[in-house]
Design a protein around this ligand. Sequence first.
Ligand code: ADP
Ligand code: MG
Ligand code: MG
Length: 199
Amino acid sequence: MLDADFFRRWMTMTAASVEREAERLTALDSPIGDADHGSNLLRGFRAVTVALDKESPDTPGAVLILAGRQLISTVGGASGPLYGTLLRRTGKALGEAAEVDEAKFAEAFRTGVDAVMTLGGAAPGDKTMIDALVPALDALGAGFTAARAAAEEGALATTPLQARKGRASYLGERSIGHQDPGATSSALLVAALAEAHGE
Ligand code: ADP
Ligand code: MG
Ligand code: MG
């Protein structure tokens, strides 16, 4: 079973991974964006860590709702509202249970990813975070390690795609040949899930 501590670990391990990878995320956002993806997520996940320390939410749902709210209010870029929606909607779908099993989490995460697609209008293949999140979701039934591998593969597979959403889409064909920064950070988020589970 996954309790509030597990979800807190997920968020703090994502924050740690964003600290380590911020420069790389910003570098990926340089040729096909505005070179701020790493700094956007640093600001956001630092705020998440502070809020979780201060408010100590005690259910899985409350942890993710609080984290999502921080991302929405502190990240200026497109990724803030999108990741914020992912976590907030996943959290809402978890309800008020003190513990959830992995099947319940997978179902809630689907609600979250669907909400991101509705908000941003991106579908798989548009060269966005969705290209890592949807494969992760589809692999989640096989466990967190499988989801991590699927997200990483999905992020790598954005390189040959032409962007159809977000800033990178303004470049048209020139967006081809670069890995999407948001798909890369989504792979970090999913990797932290496996890490929080001890995998
Ligand atoms: P901004 O583009 O506002 O500077 P970021 O650099 O923080 O924001 O995030 C860029 C990432 O956000 C992209 O690499 C992409 O994965 C994701 N993204 C942008 N627009 C969308 C969208 N409409 N739907 C899903 N993801 C998107
Ligand atoms: Mg950017
Ligand atoms: Mg920006």
